[in-house]
Design a protein around this ligand. Sequence first.
Ligand code: GLP
Length: 240
Amino acid sequence: MAEVVIVPDAAHAGVLVADEIMHLITRRPDAVLGVATGSTPLPVYEALRERVRDLDVSRLRAFALDEYVGIDPDHPESYRNVIRREVVEPLGFDPARVRVPSGALDGIETAGDAYEAAIAAAGGIDLQILGIGTDGHIGFNEPGSSFASRTRVKTLTQQTREDNARFFDSIDDVPEHCITQGLGTILAARHLVLLAIGEGKAEAVAGAVEGPVTASVPGSAIQLHPHVTVVVDEAAASAL
Ligand code: GLP
């Protein structure tokens, strides 16, 4: 059973997870972090900012969960740019040691395998930060994703495109495909930390934490992992 920690608000969630990351990286300056996009993890990166100020982070590595396929790499909402803006630059990580799956159409057939190989070469992910979609997706593993899946191209659901339309001019600008670490990739990380804030996530959180383990709720895959921390506010915990 996952350890569920209920915090008063998003800022407290950020501090809690940032402290967990500090605990890891002060022991292991060459740790491998799994970083996530979406709005939920932003307070984590914010809380980390002051904490890493006096730390040598030059040996840390990081891997992002996912990317839109076919998005202009210069688009401010490409996950490559989001990770650069929210993680790499403010935290002073070495950009050469932070990877995001390539969503470039050219070479997309081999991008998933290349990403898996890079994670393996780094020795696997020590701590994976996860958000959760309202339909229960983690990374971009939509309902129906195999628990054994590895990094690959997927089609986004209408729900996810609607949820993410707020980052684009209109829903028509939200890409239809993505490349995402698979559920199998995520489960291979040594520690999973799932964050969720707000009532809109309550059902997804309940399904992930205590619903049946089913491909219909990709987040429920976390129940198969021996070391999971779920950090939620009261609202996101309200259906537990
Ligand atoms: C996107 C990301 C997911 C994230 C989800 C929730 O779909 N690919 O990794 O968990 O959004 O986003 P938010 O935290 O903004 O609600």
